[in-house]
Design a protein around this ligand. Structure first.
Ligand code: ATP
Length: 202
């Protein structure tokens, strides 16, 4: 199966772009959503989290003790790296299983991940898309969407690679600013991926 990784900085509009691909019938794996789901479902991951961060990482009812984990990893890069080293391989496994379950009628799939490049998960994809938008617009979008302050959005931005760093690793680009419509850009890439996927199958 031909796999396309898609990412972009916070508020760039990567989820919005994915929705357009979904309308075209392309299944999208939302890695960040799946990561949250498997924290309470994947036994290998659960055992790893308990072994690393203690049994108090989970409540008796199986729910994740978010506060406990956040207290450990917040502003502690070494502990965050330990958590990522457990979660990222589990997401890779989930992505593989998900891809293998796709019917033959699916021409290609998309993997949306905020940290596609940072987590190195782009190496599992055949190609990548970086969604970009000016910082001011991204700040404004996220402040409106999440009801948060500019400082809070900037703190989240600081944890991600800059667009310049991501652009060095990306193959395709979608510009989601106020001048460029995303639909035409998605259509053009969709046709390109259909051709690539067909060439890969034959
Ligand atoms: P995050 O990293 O926080 O998940 P994201 O990159 O997935 O963000 P979206 O959630 O797709 O970004 O978009 C951020 C906000 O901006 C949303 O409220 C979305 O509706 C809005 N938005 C995105 N693109 C456009 C656009 N072209 N026109 C108008 N609004 C847009």
């Amino acid at each position: 199966m031909f796999k396309v990784g898609i990412t972009g900085g916070i508020g760039s509009g990567k989820t919005t772009v994915c929705k357009v691909f979904e309308v075209l019938g392309i299944p999208v794996f939302y890695a960040d959503t799946v990561a949250k789901e498997i924290m309470v479902k994947d036994d290998v991951l659960i055992n790893g989290i308990e072994a690393t961060f203690g049994a108090e990482s989970y409540f008796a009812n199986g729910k994740l003790n978010n506060k406990h984990i956040a207290n450990i990893v917040f502003n502690n890069e070494a502990e965050l790296a330990k958590l990522n080293a457990l979660v990222h391989p589990a997401v890779f496994r989930a992505f593989n299983d998900w891809g293998n379950s796709m019917p033959n009628t699916v021409p290609y799939t998309l993997k949306e991940a905020a940290l596609l490049f940072e987590s190195k998960s782009y190496t599992m994809c055949d190609t990548t898309i970086l969604v970009t938008a000016p910082i001011e617009l991204r700040l404004q979008r996220v402040m409106e969407r999440d009801g948060v302050t500019e400082a809070q959005v900037k703190a989240r931005m600081d944890k991600q690679f800059s667009d310049e760093e991501k652009a060095k690793l990306a193959v395709h680009f979608i510009v989601n600013d106020e001048k460029n419509a995303i639909i035409e850009q998605v259509f053009a890439l969709h046709n390109h991926f259909l051709a690539k996927a067909s060439a890969q199958r034959n």
